[in-house]
Design a protein around this ligand. Structure first.
Ligand code: NAP
Length: 264
């Protein structure tokens, strides 16, 4: 199936690197005019250059804006007042002991992971409803369904996004706008790769052996016994953003290598 998004404008929050960049690239490959975003001007410029290199002719704009702050949201709204596709990808994560996470940290996680998505969706989905077509997706995480003890705050924000996604889907019922959550499992990005390489180095094991043992011992329910790639996650989001996915809404779809032991 080939998706034609050439008449669509797509925003991907937090997309100069990682899963966000792969999603932006996937959408651009299908012809969408894409807005990529990060906080740092230089990294935004670099990501644009990279994308134009990878996809000659890609229509891509960039915006340096901290979307965890109201000013950043306002900046984005004035730069691109409308979009047909909104991918709420931005999310921060970090392992922390529950008893050491203070109120400010809880607030930072909720502002970044949840309120950014609320604010962007409230603005952009309204225009989609008025025009009768739109696609909104939320990047949840398997952590939103099973809570590892060292990521309670992160898991709570991702569980909130699952509820938000379903609730917004209900709010736009019958308008031509679909709203879904996608649920990645552990995904190899530049950041996670560096982290794993560091851990492998610390115990003096080659990366491939460390990864294999990590999945065997700590993530035995993974059916693929490896990380997902950012592109594999992006493929699902590109499909959900297409015309062809018009009957999928209010759903939460896993792209996690089968790590969650559930059919539904
Ligand atoms: P990442 O590699 O850390 O990339 C983060 C991106 O977000 C960068 O482009 C970064 O750019 C940007 N960013 C960070 N804070 C920002 C802010 N306040 N405003 C605007 N942009 C900001 O992240 P990732 O691992 O790809 O994760 C992306 C999403 O996938 C998150 O929602 C995460 O929870 C979810 N997820 C990840 C995994 C995984 O294993 N990686 C698994 C499940 C779900 P700058 O640093 O330049 O600002």
């Amino acid at each position: 199936m080939r998706f034609d998004l050439s008449d669509k404008k797509a925003i991907v929050s937090g997309s100069t690197a990682g899963i966000g960049y792969a999603i932006a690239k996937g959408l651009a490959k299908c012809g969408a005019h894409v807005l990529i975003n990060g906080r740092d001007e230089h990294r935004v410029d670099e990501a644009i250059v990279q994308m134009r290199k990878e996809i000659p002719g890609a229509r891509v704009d960039g915006l340096a804006a901290d979307l965890s702050r109201l000013e950043g949201i306002e900046k984005m709204k004035s730069f691109w007042p409308e979009a047909d596709i909104l991918v709420n990808n931005l999310g921060i994560y970090e392992p922390r002991n529950f008893f050491e996470i203070d109120d400010d940290e809880w607030e930072r996680f909720f502002q970044t992971n949840v309120m950014t998505a609320v604010r962007l969706t409230r603005h952009y989905a309204k225009g989609m409803v008025d025009r009768g077509w739109g696609r909104v997706t939320f990047n949840a995480s398997v952590t939103g369904g099973f809570f590892p003890g060292e990521m309670v705050h992160y898991g709570a924000t991702k569980a909130a996004l699952l509820g938000l996604s379903r609730g917004v889907a209900e709010s736009v019922a019958g308008t031509g706008v679909t709203v879904n959550a996608f649920i990645p499992g552990p995904t190899k990005t530049e950041k996670t790769k560096a982290h794993i390489m560091n851990m492998a180095e610390q115990v003096g094991k080659p990366l491939h052996q460390f990864e294999k043992e990590m999945f065997q011992q700590q993530l035995p329910s993974s059916l693929i016994q490896r990380f997902c790639t950012s592109e594999e996650v992006a493929n699902l989001v590109v499909f959900l953003s297409s015309n062809e996915a018009g009957a999928i809404t209010g759903a939460a779809l896993h792209v996690d290598g089968g790590i969650i032991r559930s059919i539904l």
